[in-house]
Design a protein around this ligand. Structure first.
Ligand SMILES: N[C@@H](CCC(=O)N[C@@H](CS)C(=O)NCC(=O)O)C(=O)O
Length: 229
């Protein structure tokens, strides 16, 4: 009998969505088998609205539930599949992980990921006009300050939020990997950030997203290379 809680875990996602990638990385890190279903959220999609009234990806079907909001999903997965742990033990350390997740999902996304992907990827896929070079330039200018800030964190920490690998690293890596697909990260700006990304990118959990091929948008030559920069 196939009761709802025995259903296959399924992720409705979009390949170059940083929020989808964050959930894919966490599922892979925790070795949770998942079936990926690609969602074209920009097409009027009543099924997506039924699964998530906010009309956004990712949506995870898991444990008999339909779940949305990447941070909530990842924290749920971390609580229900505790190993390897992606949230630290103390409230102060967990605070720092959540602060950095919000940094990427709010600020970095607003200033860098979304404008650059919108202009360079989504307009092409949805055939909705030419890239606005001013918006791309603003994103590429903003990423410099972010790289400098992350470099300053990594000067005193092994991982972004402290001494242990955490959800903050996967959240950041999800955003960087989308930009790296189209070669929009100036890795020469920071050796320490490049080394952090090379380390996280070489984890088995990263294999799935490194194999992504978006029709009509070729990945940068170094995108799937483990030794780069
Ligand atoms: N806070 C949400 C953000 C998800 C999100 O913005 N997803 C984008 C794709 S990257 C989306 O589905 N956009 C469709 C829309 O806004 O209508 C999360 O963390 O899951």
């Amino acid at each position: 009998m196939n009761t709802s809680s025995q259903q296959t875990t399924r992720l409705y996602h979009t390949p170059l969505s940083p929020f989808s990638r964050k959930v894919r990385l966490v599922l892979a890190e925790k070795k949770i088998e998942v079936e990926l279903v690609e969602e074209r959220y920009w097409e009027n999609n009543s099924e997506l609205l039924r699964r998530n009234p906010a009309g956004m990806v990712p949506v995870l079907r898991h444990d008999g539930r339909l779940m949305s909001e990447s941070q909530a999903i990842c924290e749920y997965l971390d609580e229900t599949v505790p190993q390897p742990a992606l949230m630290p033990k103390s409230p102060a350390e967990r605070y720092e992980v959540r602060r950095l997740c919000a940094w990427f999902d709010d600020k970095f996304n607003r200033e860098v990921t979304r404008p650059i992907l919108e202009e360079r990827v989504w307009k092409k896929i949805t055939r909705s006009g030419h890239p606005d070079s001013r918006a791309v330039k603003a994103g590429l200018k903003a990423i410099k300050d972010h790289i400098d800030y992350l470099t300053s964190l990594l000067e005193t920490r092994r991982w972004l939020a402290g001494s242990a690998l955490s959800l903050a690293d996967f959240t950041a890596a999800a955003h960087f990997s989308c930009l790296d697909y189209i070669s929009d990260v100036d890795w020469d700006r920071s050796e320490i950030l490049t080394s952090w990304y090379a380390t996280i990118k070489s984890r088995p959990a990263f294999r799935g997203i490194l194999a992504d091929q978006i029709p009509g948008i070729h990945p940068a030559p170094h995108y799937a290379e483990l030794d780069f920069g």
